[in-house]
Design a protein around this ligand. Structure first.
Ligand code: PRP
Length: 182
């Protein structure tokens, strides 16, 4: 039940309204940049799915959608080790690509992903993230567009999970310590 999920939230960090306003604003900027480019919008599963669906619906540029599932390992390194669980179906050579992420933490995932996708020779490759936690950065990666810079707290909701739960909360919240320190 949603009540139980809400009870596990220490505080709401970003409300639905705050996120919708910011996404609308950034979507307007992206429309200007990607107008007439028919970009490939890449959703990095699973966490980005909620942000992705709101972002694309706020944009009016002609676009194509694709999905990718990856996980990085070698935590704390910039070795670029990336496991592709599900690859794109689109050939991105010569295409304008916008990678849509929910959160950049260590940066390991995006660092490796950017390298992998750049090897496929897109016309352009940019990254947008809903959340950026720069304090935790290990890999030298800077997103091209950021909706919110946040502090180093355990956030869940709006696509972000703890043990695969809480993704369907409509806001971004800070998870109570008691939940993950059990
Ligand atoms: C999260 C997030 C990024 C990555 C960021 O995905 O969506 O892909 O971690 O972390 P990093 O900057 O430290 O590499 P996760 O692996 O939790 O998968 P999920 O989206 O399916 O929950």
């Amino acid at each position: 039940m949603k009540e139980q999920m809400h009870a596990d939230v220490e505080r709401i960090m970003l409300t639905e309204a705050e996120m919708q306003a910011r996404i609308k604003e950034i979507a307007g900027k992206l429309d200007l940049i990607y107008k007439d480019k028919n970009p490939v919008m890449v959703c990095i599963l699973k966490g980005s799915i909620v942000f992705f669906s709101d972002l694309i619906r706020n944009m009016s540029a002609k676009m194509e959608l694709d999905f990718m599932s990856v996980s990085s390992y070698g935590a704390g390194t910039t070795s670029g080790e990336l496991k592709i669980k599900q690859d794109l179906r689109t050939n991105i050579e010569g295409r304008d690509v916008l990678v849509v992420e929910d959160i950049i933490d260590s940066g390991n995932t995006l660092y490796a992903l950017k390298k992998l996708l750049n090897d496929r020779k897109p016309a352009s490759l940019n990254i947008i993230t809903l959340l950026d936690k720069p304090e935790r950065r290990v890999a030298p990666i800077v997103p091209d567009y950021t909706c919110f810079v946040i502090e180093d707290e355990f956030v869940i909701g709006y696509g972000l999970d703890y043990a695969e739960q809480y993704r369907n909360l409509p806001y971004v919240g800070v998870l109570k310590r008691s939940v993950y320190e059990k």
